[in-house]
Every structure is written in C-alpha cells, then in structure tokens.
Design a protein around this ligand. Structure first.
Ligand SMILES: [Zn+2]
Length: 163
C-alpha cells in the first residue's frame, strides 16, 4: 500500500479528536482502518490514551485558572486592538495616497512658482518635488518602524520580567 495513504490516515486520526474531520474523510478513514492493521492499532492506541486522560481528574489551582483566563482575555484584547489599528492604518494609507495624488498638480505648480521667483533650475525643482512627494510617507514609515521596535522592546522587557 502507498505510504502516503497511511500518512493521511495518521493525520486524520490526529485531527479526528481535536478539530474534527469532514464526513467524507471519516468514511475514507473507516474504510482504511477496516483493511489496515497498523493504522487500526494506532487508532486503538489513541482511544486508550484518551480514555486514560478522561479517567484522570486533574486538580488545578484556582489562581492558575484565573491567571490563565486573564492572560487569554488580555491577549484577545491585544489582537482586537491590533486589528483595529491595522484597519485604521490601511484607511489612512489609502487616504494619504488619494490626497497625494490629488494635490500633486498643486504641489508641482507651487514649486514651479517658487522656482520662477527665485530663478531655481529645473533639476532642483524636480528634486524638490520628489522630496516633497516622498517625505510624508518616509516620515510616517520611520515613525511606525520606531514605534514597532519600541513596542517589541517593551514586550520583550515585559516577558523577561514575567519569567
Ligand atoms: Zn494504514
């Protein structure tokens, strides 16, 4: 028999009690277990291990439970806040791009006017336009990179403190 078939059976056996499997996969697994003694043995071993786990009652300190619940809630809140922050970031990126595109002709005219008033060469005007065009995104990117590294440092310090 193809070794991939046994590997698939093992993966389905592992998934069966954890996240569940599709009815089609369950049918395939049952058919495979009916004809493969190796995988059938593994399935029985899994069942025995689960029964042993279920028969053991584990007492957990209530403080540990409450600490774990608090940490899970905190992490869930962090993930939600991060999601909101990322959505706001994408919206602001889109708005920034739109405003930048809409104001580019005005910026170009302003730089051209300044260039005419002070007799500045075309090359310098082009360079000034490029810098003005790229500067806001560069500054925001630098601030975000700094904040990200600052947040990572704070998280590392917090985790080191907890240990
Ligand atoms: Zn098998």
């Amino acid at each position: 028999m193809n070794p991939d078939v046994h590997q698939r059976a093992c993966q389905l056996l592992d998934a069966l009690h954890v996240e569940g499997i599709l009815p089609v996969d369950r049918q395939w697994l049952e058919a495979h277990l009916a004809e493969c003694s190796t995988c059938q043995g593994r399935a029985h071993a899994n069942e025995r291990a689960l029964q042993a786990l279920r028969s053991n009652t584990i007492s957990i300190a209530p403080e540990l439970v409450s600490i774990t619940q608090a940490r899970v809630r905190l992490r869930a809140r962090e993930l939600r806040e991060n999601q909101v922050r990322m959505r706001a970031l994408w919206i602001s990126c889109g708005l920034s791009w739109l405003v930048g595109t809409l104001t580019a002709p005005l910026l170009w005219q302003a730089i051209a006017w300044i260039g005419r008033q002070f007799d500045i060469s075309q090359a310098i005007r082009l360079m000034a336009f490029g810098i003005c065009w790229v500067a806001p995104a560069t500054i925001v990117g630098a601030v975000m990179a700094w904040k990200h590294s600052h947040a990572s440092d704070a998280l590392n310090e917090h985790e080191a403190w907890e240990r």
